[in-house]
Design a protein around this ligand. Structure first.
Ligand code: GAP
Length: 461
């Protein structure tokens, strides 16, 4: 984790929040590469589960909702964690995460914990200038409730027939007792959720469908299936609304913990909102005119945990050749001096890489930049690209490896004569020589799924 956190800061993925003021505990800011990575996850998820499906539509709702929503959903009463406090140092812990019979992890005192009391995780604020009870509102702790509250409006406007889902990607807030482990548990985070509405008898079939979709998503994200565990949550341990929950857990460096979740929420939410609001949220079957309250299967994916797991899975330290890798035509002596024997490489799947192509003129000389600059400007219209002409080529390859750029394009001293550039593959470090005119279509082919070796003759095997 320390290596990853340091790479994230050094290379512009994720920074400690408010750092120039000494930080704000457990808050993190996504930097230029982090936002690309995170957006790639959200875009791919939306494409896969909203655009490419005929049975899911999306919404984007407000973060603050009428307090009655949280009364009806049970969050004000039940969205709690058990809290204990050390009477000596006043450090607070989640009672289900520590052994209260052991000394306090913070001050070492024995037998000083209070009995557990339930602590509500809803994050409060006030609307308007008066900070009084009547103006109290809560930031949403899950995106789900806005799908339930808008259920009728979505069915009426979109004419969807059961089974169908409403999807949303957005922020949620929880006043966690013990945030930590980098972006694993924070008080402000993003989630991608689907509320999938079904006829009551069809819940099991839909549950299995979404379990399988979630498995396939993990494969697509590049996660080793051996590190994934499907944990059936027992009655009593489940959230207040759930009749069946499978937690999808991952072997993080700090232990096996939750990554995603899948829950059968029954008709709990719609029923409670109908009761509390007095509105009819039932579904009317257009063929049979039968009225019913749909049941709900809810697959939920944390965005930040997806980023964390994608980075942990992509991170590799490898032996790398030094001089052999950097034989560039007309290259200056000493090009390889800075190349080290080990390289850190982020082996992201192609679609996930924050930067797709790096354009690297071998030197800053104008005869190279007059070719390299326009190439960069052309490619950057379609792909996220970087242009880098500082330091030795070896160092620049290492930087691109560390941020996971799949392709590096080098403009060298023969490019002017043969109108060709060298393209290097991140994972194999193999290189091919291609005509500049063919480069854009070749890059496109590669990101559409073609193998690197199929694009040209390998130079350095
Ligand atoms: N609507 C269901 C729901 O909210 P959850 O398991 O409480 O379920 C959904 O949260 C997902 O959000 C989790 O699977 C996890 O990926 C992510 N998540 C939950 N709490 C988090 C936190 N404090 N920090 C970062 N991600 C969190």
């Amino acid at each position: 984790m320390d290596k990853l956190i340091s790479l994230c800061k050094r290379r512009g993925f994720i920074f400690p929040g408010s750092e120039i003021y000494g930080g704000l505990a457990n808050s993190w800011d996504y930097g230029p590469l982090g936002v690309e990575l995170k957006n790639n996850i959200k875009k791919e998820w939306w494409k896969r589960f909203v655009h490419q499906r005929t049975d899911v539509v999306g919404i984007d709702a407000a973060l603050l909702m009428n307090t009655k929503v949280w009364e009806a959903s049970g969050h004000l009463k039940n969205f709690t964690d058990p809290l204990v406090e050390c009477k000596k140092c006043h450090e607070r812990y989640r009672a289900d995460q520590i052994d209260v019979k052991r000394p306090c992890p913070s001050c070492g005192a024995k037998d000083t914990f209070t009995t557990a009391k339930q602590f509500n995780l809803m994050l409060k604020t006030f609307l308007g200038p008066a900070e009084e009870q009547a103006n109290t509102v809560y930031f949403r702790p899950e995106t789900a409730q806005s799908m339930f509250v808008n259920f009728k409006l979505v069915t009426d406007t979109m004419r969807k027939k059961l089974p169908f889902g409403i999807a949303q990607v957005g922020k949620a807030f929880r006043n966690e007792i013990t945030p930590g482990n980098f972006i694993f548990r924070t008080r402000e985070f993003e989630m991608m959720e689907i509320e999938y509405f079904v006829k009551p008898k069809a819940w099991e079939e839909a549950f299995n469908l979404w379990l399988s979709e979630m498995k396939q998503w993990l494969e697509h994200l590049g996660v080793d299936s051996a590190k994934i565990h499907y944990n059936e949550i027992e009655e009593g341990e489940r959230a207040h609304y759930s009749k069946r929950t499978v937690d999808i857990e991952y072997d993080y460096p700090f232990g096996q913990k939750e990554l995603y979740g899948l829950a059968y929420r029954t008709d709990f939410d719609l029923k409670n909102h109908m009761e509390k609001s007095g509105q009819d949220l039932q579904y009317k079957d257009p063929e049979t005119n039968e009225k019913l309250t749909p049941h709900v299967i809810e697959p939920t994916w944390g965005v930040d945990r997806s980023v964390l797991v994608a980075m942990l899975e992509a991170y590799r330290e490898e032996e790398a050749p030094t001089a052999a890798e950097h034989k560039h035509k007309g290259g200056e002596k000493g090009d390889d001096e800075d190349a080290t024997d080990t390289r850190v490489v982020m082996k992201f799947p192609k679609w996930l890489a924050p930067v797709k192509v790096a354009i690297l003129p071998l030197s800053k000389k104008e005869e190279l930049s007059v070719i390299a600059r326009p190439l960069y400007e052309q490619l950057t219209k379609k792909f996220v690209c970087e242009y880098d002409e500082t330091q030795s080529i070896g160092k620049r390859y290492r930087r691109q490896d560390e941020i996971g750029t799949p392709l590096c394009v080098t403009v060298d001293f023969e490019t002017g004569d043969d109108q060709s550039v060298t393209v290097r593959d991140r994972d194999t470090m193999r290189q091919i020589r291609v005509k500049i005119a063919e480069l854009p279509s070749l890059v496109e082919k590669y990101f559409d799924g073609a193998e690197f070796a199929s694009l040209g003759n390998i130079l350095n095997d």
